[in-house]
Write a protein that binds this ligand. Structure first.
Ligand code: GLU
Length: 344
């Protein structure tokens, strides 16, 4: 087991700055232009009502930690947050219980299996393992404070609204469509219960979880929600301190490991920032200390990640210098370091 000491250790951060406003604005517009004519991928249809989504929609927003927001295309179009909610409910649960309890109860490792895998539970003695896929997310929702499922749901709705900086509401049609067909999620909850891993009524928790997935957001909301995690938990638009910097750090580490389903390794390798996607076509990608990108386009690849969203974020990660693993001695102090190295 890996542990990290924090008591008595100096706390510093390792991030730089975004380019200026004009450049972020023009690169956001370029990212949209580059991929708006890309028609690869298919709209999710396992939740029947999602099959009716307009595949042409494409919205992009970048929220800076300064509070500036850049928007292009269908950035104000509402869609259901789906799995992107898992990141923010996880943060709310971490806020309540802290690092160790959540790590122990839910786990922090990627299962390497699809989002709705039952096998991932069986292979790990009933331990849900990964809060970013359904089993772990249902176990996480069950940990939400609240004396009743109705209270838990309201705390989730208001909590995610604080991240977004506006009151979010649920799409009742998507919720009803999913509740009528989500036998697999109900089975996952029952399986967790059978292993003693769920401190709640399984069907009631699936109901709360399905509501959280049916919250309506825009690409701009996702950008602001993500920028709150990039900003030590302070919403850069409203100024509200939603969660602590420690919770942000833990949540972003989770997203880096598991936010993009079983393609999370590939995502980190290619794009290099924590992100979370959902089956309605939303993606939030977060650059700690700098800001976040919200993308929406309903056509998905086979893992369930928005094709255009992914490509646009990959472009912005490079163009804005977001990749957490990139370094360059030349960029450090105007080339002097590299030049001196070559001489010696
Ligand atoms: N509500 C969806 C489910 O539980 C979310 C899936 C997703 O976005 O990955 O199946």
């Amino acid at each position: 087991m890996i542990t990290s000491e924090s008591a008595g250790v100096p706390q510093r951060v390792s991030t730089g700055r975004l380019p200026g406003w004009d450049e972020v604005e023009s690169l956001t517009v370029t990212a949209h232009e580059r991929y708006r004519d890309l028609h690869d991928g298919t709209v999710a249809d396992y939740i029947p009502v999602l099959a009716g989504a307009d595949p042409g929609l494409f919205g992009l927003a970048v929220s800076e930690v300064s509070g500036a927001v850049h928007r292009v295309g269908d950035s104000a179009h509402t869609f259901t947050v789906q799995s992107v909610s898992k990141a923010f409910v996880y943060a709310l649960v971490c806020r309540e219980y802290g690092h160790e309890v959540v790590k122990d109860r839910v786990g922090v490792n990627n299962t390497g299996l699809p989002f709705n895998s039952v096998m991932a539970i069986e292979l790990n003695d009933g331990h849900p393992m990964n809060p970013m896929v359904n089993a772990g997310a249902i176990a996480t929702t069950a940990l939400m404070p609240g004396a009743t499922p109705a209270e838990q749901w309201e705390l989730i709705r208001t909590g995610l609204s604080a991240f977004a900086g506006r009151q979010l509401t649920m799409d009742g049609t998507v919720y009803a469509s999913e509740m009528a067909t989500n036998h697999r999620n109900k089975a996952i909850a029952r399986l967790l219960e059978s292993y003693g891993r769920l401190d709640a009524d399984p069907l009631e928790i699936v109901d709360v979880y399905t509501r959280q997935c049916a919250l309506l957001v825009t690409a701009e909301d996702l950008a602001v929600m993500g920028a709150t995690l990039a900003d030590g938990g302070a919403n850069p638009v409203t100024g509200e301190q939603v969660v602590s910097p420690d919770v942000c750090r833990d949540t972003l580490a989770m997203l880096a490991a598991s936010g993009m389903y079983e393609r999370s390794g590939e995502w980190l390798f290619e794009i290099g920032i924590p992100a979370k996607s959902g089956v309605a076509g939303g993606i939030v990608a977060i650059a700690p200390g700098k800001g976040a990108i919200g993308a929406f386009s309903p056509r998905l690849n086979s893992a369930g990640n928005s094709v255009r969203g992914q490509r646009a974020i990959a472009y912005l990660s490079r163009a804005l210098g977001l990749n957490l693993f990139a370094s360059d001695a030349d960029a450090r102090i105007g080339g002097t370091v590299a030049a001196e190295r070559t001489r010696s």
